[in-house]
Design a protein around this ligand. Structure first.
Ligand SMILES: [Fe+2]
Length: 235
């Protein structure tokens, strides 16, 4: 088997292992045999390319991009940050997609049967492309905590799912952003599956600079793609 030269393998000091025994579903889905690296094909590493033209005008505003166009319930927030490489250089034209529960902790998804109200004015998904400085920006509603079946009385901390596409379809990264001071972080097997030293990189910082007066609190979540400070990704 030839070596995979297109992409670097994961640094396990930053990323969660495939198997984390407290995170129950990883027991079934984690590989039981050594991984076999595959060489990416030319089409995988060259296309398609996402960019500003993929994004509609309301795609970065989850408070307005629901089907109804009405105001969703909950606490409005702003989430902003930069996508950076290992040397702190900005990564432009990365497609940043987010999805999240509504303020009551409920997703619009057939599998989510949590007994909490759906919000007809909140779709829960958005996207934007980073600008020349690697910046992205979302307006949204602070997601609620929700229960899950991992163990007795298990609750996910407030979180926003992130997906990033780089210059090609094979360059996709997926992670979750958390909120500072959440008491559920220390109890969450998904958050705790990330190596201790890297966990704080998954927690956004409150920012008065990003906060808009009279409108919404602001949080900063920078995403680093490689290197010592790389953002932990989901396995
Ligand atoms: Fe979630």
């Amino acid at each position: 088997m030839s070596e995979n030269r297109a992409f670097k393998s994961r640094d396990w000091d930053s990323h969660p292992a495939y198997l984390s025994s407290e995170y129950k579903s990883t027991r079934l889905r984690s590989p039981t045999k050594p991984l076999v690296p595959l060489v990416q094909s030319l089409s995988e590493i060259t296309g398609p390319v996402f960019g500003q033209e993929s994004v509609g005008p309301l795609d970065d505003d989850l408070t307005k991009n629901g089907v109804t166009g009405g105001e969703p319930l909950g606490e409005r927030i702003i989430v902003a940050g930069r996508v950076l490489d290992e040397d702190g250089r900005p990564v432009p034209d990365a497609l940043v997609e987010v999805w999240q529960a509504n303020s009551a902790g409920r997703y619009i998804h057939a599998v989510d049967q949590h007994d909490a109200p759906l919000d007809p004015n909140f779709f829960g998904g958005g996207r934007c492309a980073t600008d020349a400085e690697g910046r992205y920006f979302f307006k949204t509603i602070k997601p609620g905590a929700y229960p899950w079946g991992n163990h007795h009385n298990a609750w996910r901390p407030n979180h926003i799912h992130f997906s990033l596409f780089g210059p090609s379809f094979a360059t996709r990264l997926v992670t979750q952003m958390y909120f500072p001071g959440d008491p559920l972080l220390d109890l969450d097997p998904i958050f705790l599956a990330t190596p201790t030293a890297a966990r704080s990189r998954l927690v956004a910082d409150f920012s008065l600079d990003v906060t808009e007066p009279g409108f919404a609190l602001g949080y900063v979540f920078d995403i680093v793609l490689r290197g010592r400070n790389e953002t932990p990704m989901e396995t």
